[in-house]
Write a protein that binds this ligand. Structure first.
Ligand SMILES: NC(=O)c1ccc[n+]([C@@H]2O[C@H](COP(=O)([O-])OP(=O)(O)OC[C@H]3O[C@@H](n4cnc5c(N)ncnc54)[C@H](O)[C@@H]3O)[C@@H](O)[C@H]2O)c1
Length: 330
């Protein structure tokens, strides 16, 4: 199978490229390397440097070669930045998808897999979150992803495009030397690495939530499980199965911040100065996605748990000097 992986030098795209290559698929990566790294690209994969918003460049990509499946990971990913620069987010994450899907379908591509996000649900009220839960984004990043899903649905209606939009929640872990190389530490796992490896204190916000240990529960899935879901979906599409729907790639159970902290200490052997602060306003007790539909449609559910997530990420983190991970996210 010939797969075009757009955004394939970034974290999740590159891991998926490695897994697709291991499954003997022919991988081409397209990326503008605004935040991706050359080193992430698997050996043997072709690389095209292009921007998804450049119509002429994207048309040329699809006139130069044909692809069985497009996997689209490329996006601007910083939620707070999207509140300051809504144009840039809608332009890249929605128009960028429109641009690629138009050129792809014109050239005969029939299958398209998009990285969507939990952000399409906004501040959900029902748990676990299912694909039918209310979609009410609370920032331009979430809106840009929901618009992109609608674009794919429109091309299904008009041109019978077979598509899937995978709504990821928190993706973590590392695979094949590729890890979450972000310049921010606002999420719990990057914050733990930052604290432990730079000798800073680590604060857990709130221990009075309605959960087993009182700390918030969030949904984490290993990046290799996410990559595997893409390859399963692509192979099903090539076998003639119609997917054409959004699917949550969630854990159905989640992990508490305390569980994650304890696992971090156990996996890395690091001393951590842990303290508790009051809960942050607006943080829900639990944010957990049901993976029932992904299981029914793809036969997929996460195989790697919290221990693999932290241990694999720690191996990756320790293998690279921190300065090698500074990236330029515009
Ligand atoms: N990481 C998560 O936990 C998470 C959660 C939900 C959704 N997602 C989605 O998953 C996808 C991949 O995220 P990631 O974490 O791997 O991010 P990433 O920044 O590591 O990867 C994104 C890739 O897209 C490329 N890119 C960005 N703009 C581009 C453009 N205009 N043209 C061509 N290439 C461009 C970047 O250079 C980078 O290689 C994104 O669509 C993101 O919104 C990620």
């Amino acid at each position: 199978m010939k797969i075009l992986i757009i955004g394939g030098s970034g974290y999740i795209g590159a891991v998926t490229a490695h897994i697709a290559s291991e499954h003997q698929h022919e991988v081409t990566i397209l990326d503008n390397n605004s935040s991706g790294l050359d080193d992430n690209v698997p050996k043997g994969a072709q690389f095209i440097k292009a921007d998804i918003t450049d119509q002429a460049a994207i048309e040329k990509v699809f006139s130069d070669a044909s692809y069985d499946v497009v996997m689209h990971f490329a996006a601007r990913i910083l939620v707070p930045e999207s509140m300051k620069r809504p144009y840039d987010y809608i332009y890249t994450n929605s128009f960028g998808v429109l641009n690629v899907v138009e050129a792809a379908t014109k050239s005969g591509v029939k299958n398209y897999i998009l990285s969507s996000s939990a952000a399409v649900y906004g501040a959900p009220k029902e748990f676990p979150i299912t694909e039918d839960s209310l979609k009410k984004p609370v920032n331009p990043y979430g809106e840009s992803k929901l618009i992109a899903e609608h674009i794919l649905s429109s091309y299904e209606q008009a041109l019978n495009l077979n598509w899937a939009a995978f709504r990821y929640f928190n993706v973590a872990g590392a695979y094949a030397g590729v890890g979450p190389d972000y310049p921010f530490v606002s999420h719990v796992i990057p914050a733990l690495f930052d604290a432990a490896y730079k000798n800073k204190p680590f604060t857990i916000n709130g221990n009075d939530y309605a959960t087993d240990d009182g700390t918030c529960v969030r949904d984490f899935v290993h990046v290799a499980d996410i990559g595997r879901a893409h390859v399963i979906a692509a192979e099903k599409m090539l076998n003639g199965e119609t997917l054409s729907q959004p699917l949550n790639l969630g854990s159905s159970s989640g992990y508490s911040v305390k569980q994650i902290t304890d696992q971090f200490i156990a996996s890395t052997g690091k001393q951590l100065d842990v303290s508790y602060a009051p809960r942050r306003p607006g943080d829900p007790d639990k944010l957990v996605a049901s993976n029932e539909r992904a299981h029914a449609i793809l036969g997929w559910e996460p195989e790697l748990g919290l221990e693999a997530i932290i241990t694999d990420q720690a191996k990756w983190y320790e293998a690279l000097p921190p300065t090698a991970r500074v990236k330029n996210i515009a």
